[in-house]
Ligand binder design. Structure first.
Ligand code: SF4
Length: 115
């Protein structure tokens, strides 16, 4: 066996060993990044929070967290159908399959519920 083959094989084995040592950490790193993409609290299973950046949401000026003093929350809007206490479907934003809006969100198309 010539020295180049021996070095190459040794390097290969070293790289395999390093990869084996690194795999558990790679898994953790992936989970850390996944944690950054956690879904909002209370989001129903299989549902997608409609982002404010969605073109239709932007057009109606949807805000997921308008803050305190919001007198026109989605859960009091005629276009809202609750999925749970925090999220629900909006008739104005039906173009996103399984898309939901925040119960305490609001937008410029808000209409009072009729009783
Ligand atoms: S205020 Fe009404 S129309 Fe606007 S996003 Fe909320 S539920 Fe939809």
């Amino acid at each position: 066996m010539n020295p180049i083959e021996k070095t190459s094989r040794r390097g290969f084995l070293r790289n395999i060993a390093l990869l084996a040592l690194a795999l558990p950490f790679l898994g953790r790193t992936t989970k850390l990044f996944a944690a950054d993409e956690t879904k909002p609290a209370g989001l129903p299973d299989g549902a997608t929070a409609i982002p404010e950046s969605d073109p239709v949401a932007t057009a109606i000026k949807y805000k997921e967290k308008p803050g305190k003093g919001n007198k026109k929350p989605c859960d009091k809007c005629a276009f809202y159908a609750a999925s749970n206490k925090d999220w629900g479907k909006c008739q104005m934003l039906q173009h996103i399959p399984n898309g939901v809006v925040a119960a305490l969100g609001t937008c410029g198309s808000w209409q009072p519920k009729t009783k």
